[in-house]
Ligand binder design. Sequence first.
Ligand code: PHE
Length: 342
Amino acid sequence: MLEQLHQLKERALSELQGLSSVDALEKWRVAYLGRKGALTNILRSVGQLPVQERPTVGQEANLVKLALKQAYNEKAEAFKREETLRLLEQEHIDVTLPGRPVQPGYLHVSTQTLREIYAIFAQMGFQVLETPEVETDVNNFQLLNIPPYHPARDMWSTFYTTHEGVLLRTHTSPGQIRAMRMYCPETIRLLLPGKCYRYEAVTARSESMFYQVEGLAVGKHVTMGDLKGVLISFARQMFGADRRVRFRCSYFPFTEPSVEVDMDCIICGGEGCRVCKHTGWVEILGAGMVHPQVLRNGGYDPTVYTGFAFGLGPERIAMLKYRIDDIRYFFGNDLRFLHQFA
Ligand code: PHE
């Protein structure tokens, strides 16, 4: 019997050595240590032995059982360790990899263009003043020499509110009135930027909402020469030092004289192309000397003060600068467009 136990132990341990999986280990456990396992059978048969043999065999059997259990535990531990190592290897996290960058926010192309414009005019002493988008008919039209039923109103049809005489401004020019009334009799050099609205068909060239930047300078010796110098300087800083600028006679009710300002086409260099409608020139803004009545409406005596004003569209400027062929992209919220200015 003792010999049998000894052999069993040898066999079990050598089998255990060669096991290569958790499944095989479990089968091994059932075969030797299970309720119907080899060792259990031997232990059970101890009772049938002659009385004097029982203690030695029983003791030996228990020792074998302990030895097998311990060997089993060690093997199970080893498998567990291997498994952990394998997982660590497989699900390896390389903490030295740089993190995935978070896409930071950035400014809308209109805002970027506005800021470029502010920076250029800031060098010439212009400060930024924001004025309301919701305006009165009086400021938007009447104090700018556009009385009710004036035909010029056709150029500036807008959205009206349910309050009589309150509308969304069609241009930033009503800011001229507000600014003058705020600063009179000081001399002023201001940029009045902001959103404007027009009730009109939306096309590649015109939106119902867009930005404008109004410029206004009022003082005792402000001349048309100043107007030209400032605008030529702006065009060259914005679009390149060799830009040519031309001033064409025009009409606005609130300036006299009035001009429209063209720049040689940056797309074709003045040769003539689709963008400049084959004229070699593109219009970039409207301007003029502040009309004496508008100066008076702002509180300034037109026999003492003069001023110039201009109004430019940052989207138009950006379209020229970045060769964008449709103004609807600006507020269409298509990220493929917006990301290009990140
Ligand atoms: N307000 C004019 C427009 O929207 C532009 C302008 C501004 C013209 C200032 C002259 C002086 O068309």
